[in-house]
Design a protein around this ligand. Structure first.
Ligand code: PLP
Length: 411
C-alpha cells in the first residue's frame, strides 16, 4: 500500500487547529521613516494602516539614516551578495570590519559573524563538544530553541537546571566529576517574560566549579550597558563570560548573528562548525549596515536611545497596570500581558488589529508553556505618545469586551 503523505500533512496541521495554535502571519509593509507605522494587506487585497507593537527592531535602527547610508554605500560599491562561504571568497572587508566592531563592543579578542543568532547558538553549542571531549553542558530550562537545538545536536552529557535557579545549578555541578569539562549556557534576558538571568551568581558558580560560561544576549545587545553590549556589560560581568552570543537583527535593526570570545575559541569554532563553514556569508551591505548600527549605539546617540527606550517601557507598563491588566514586569523593556488561553489570545489580537490597527501577535505554545499564552508588547523610542494612548484605550476596551480578569500585576 502506498503511503498517504497528504493525509499525514493534513493531520499534522489539524492538530494545530484543534489546539487553537495554528499560526497565521499577517502581511505588512513597514514604511521607512515611519516606524512603527506600517501597512497591512488583508487576504482580500484591502489595506489598513497599522502600528507594529510586537517588533524586535527595539530601537528603530532599521530606519536609522546612518545605517541606511552605510548599506547603500556598500551595495553601490560591491554589489548584492557576498558570492561565497567565508572560506571560499565570501570573507570581505565588510565582514572583517563588523567582527572587529563586535569584538571591541564586548571587550573580547575576537568575534565571528553567522547568518543569524539562531545559527550562531546552534553551530557554536553543537561544536563545543568536538573541541572539549566529554563536555557537560548545563542549560537553563527556558533557554531559546536555538540553544536547546545546539545542545541536543552536539550529543553528549547535558543537565537542565530550573529556570534561573542557581541552587539547582550548583547541585547539578556538584554532582558531576570535578575533572569533567563543563559549560553553563543561559540568557541575559528571557524574551517572553522579560526577566533577567542571574549573571553574577552563575559566573561565581562557574569560577567555583571550573566551568566555561555561554550567554545569549540577543534581547539585550544595543539596549543595555554603557555602550550597548548587553546586561553583562551593565552589571560589570562581561569579562567573566567566555562566549557571548548576540544578534544584529533586533536592536541593531539589520540581520545576522555572532559570538564574541577569545581568539583561540573563535578560531576553533570557525574551523569546526558546519553552520559557519558550509553556508554563504552575509551580503556585504548587510554587514556594513550592522557595523554602522553597532558603532552608532556604542556612542552618545545610543545612550539617548537607551534612556528613551526604558522610559517608554516604564510608561506603558505603568499605564496598563493602572487599569489592572496582568502585566508580567521584571523591569526590562519587554511588556508581556498574560491572557492564559490560546483562543482568547488570538481573538484579542485579531480584534486589536481589525478594529484599532494595533498589531500584536499572539504568543502561544511552544514559544511559551500552555496556559501562559500572552500578548507581548515591545514599546520603542519610535512609538509616540499618541501610539501609547491608542494602545492603552484599545486594551481597556478589549479587556471589558472579553470580560477578562483585571488582576494585580504578576511578579
Ligand atoms: N536567541 C534568542 C533568545 C532569541 O529570542 C532569538 C530570536 O528570537 C534568537 C536567539 C535568534 O536570533 P536571530 O533572529 O538572529 O536568529
Amino acid at each position: 500500500m502506498m503511503v498517504d503523505y497528504d493525509a499525514a500533512i493534513d493531520a499534522s496541521l489539524q492538530r494545530l487547529h484543534d489546539e487553537g495554535r495554528y499560526r497565521t502571519f499577517i502581511d505588512i509593509a513597514r514604511q521607512q521613516g515611519q516606524f512603527p507605522h506600517a501597512v497591512w494587506t488583508r487576504a482580500d487585497g484591502t489595506q489598513k494602516d497599522i502600528t507594529v507593537w510586537c517588533g524586535n527592531d527595539y530601537l528603530g535602527m532599521g530606519q536609522h539614516p546612518g545605517v541606511l547610508a552605510a548599506m547603500h554605500e556598500a551595495l553601490d560599491a560591491t554589489g548584492a551578495g557576498s558570492g561565497g562561504t567565508r572560506n571560499i571568497s565570501g570573507t570581505t572587508v565588510w565582514h572583517k570590519a563588523l567582527e572587529a566592531e563586535l569584538a571591541d563592543l564586548h571587550g573580547k579578542e575576537a568575534a565571528l559573524v553567522f547568518t543569524s543568532a539562531y545559527i550562531a547558538n546552534d553551530a557554536t553549542l553543537s561544536t563545543l563538544r568536538a573541541i572539549f571531549p566529554g563536555l557537560i553542558i548545563y542549560s537553563d530550562a527556558l533557554n531559546h530553541a536555538s540553544m536547546i537545538e545546539g545542545v541536543r545536536r552536539g550529543g553528549g552529557e547535558k543537565r537542565i537546571f530550573r529556570h534561573n535557579d542557581v541552587a539547582h545549578l550548583r547541585a547539578l555541578l556538584a554532582a558531576d566529576d570535578p575533572k569533567a569539562p563543563k559549560l553553563i549556557a543561559f540568557e541575559s534576558i528571557y524574551s517572553m517574560d522579560g526577566d533577567f538571568g542571574p549573571i553574577a551568581a552563575i559566573c561565581d558558580l562557574a569560577d567555583e566549579f571550573g566551568a566555561l560560561t555561554y550567554i545569549d544576549e540577543v534581547h539585550a545587545v544595543g539596549m543595555y550597558g554603557p555602550r550597548g553590549a548587553g546586561v553583562a556589560e551593565r552589571d560589570g560581568q562581561m569579562g567573566r563570560i567566555d562566549i557571548i552570543n548576540g544578534t544584529l537583527a533586533k536592536a541593531y535593526g539589520v540581520f545576522g548573528g555572532y559570538i564574541a570570545a577569545s581568539v583561540k575559541l573563535v578560531d576553533a569554532i570557525r574551523s569546526y562548525a558546519p553552520g559557519f563553514i558550509f553556508t554563504t556569508s552575509l551580503p556585504p551591505a548587510v554587514a556594513a549596515g550592522a557595523a554602522a548600527s553597532v558603532r552608532f549605539l556604542k556612542g552618545e546617540g545610543g545612550v539617548a536611545l537607551r534612556v528613551r527606550h526604558q522610559t517608554q517601557a516604564t510608561i506603558l507598563k505603568r499605564r496598563l497596570k493602572a487599569m489592572g491588566l496582568p502585566i508580567i514586569d521584571h523591569g526590562s523593556h519587554i511588556v508581556p500581558v498574560h491572557v492564559g488561553n490560546p483562543v482568547h489570545c488570538k481573538v484579542i489580537s485579531d480584534m486589536l488589529l481589525d478594529r484599532h490597527g494595533i498589531y500584536v501577535q499572539p504568543i502561544n505554545f511552544p514559544t511559551v508553556p500552555r496556559g501562559t499564552e500572552r500578548l507581548r508588547f515591545t514599546p520603542s523610542p519610535v512609538h509616540g505618545a499618541g501610539d501609547i494612548d491608542r494602545l492603552v484605550r484599545a486594551m481597556d476596551e478589549m479587556w471589558s469586551h472579553c470580560a477578562l480578569n483585571r488582576a494585580e500585576a504578576v511578579a
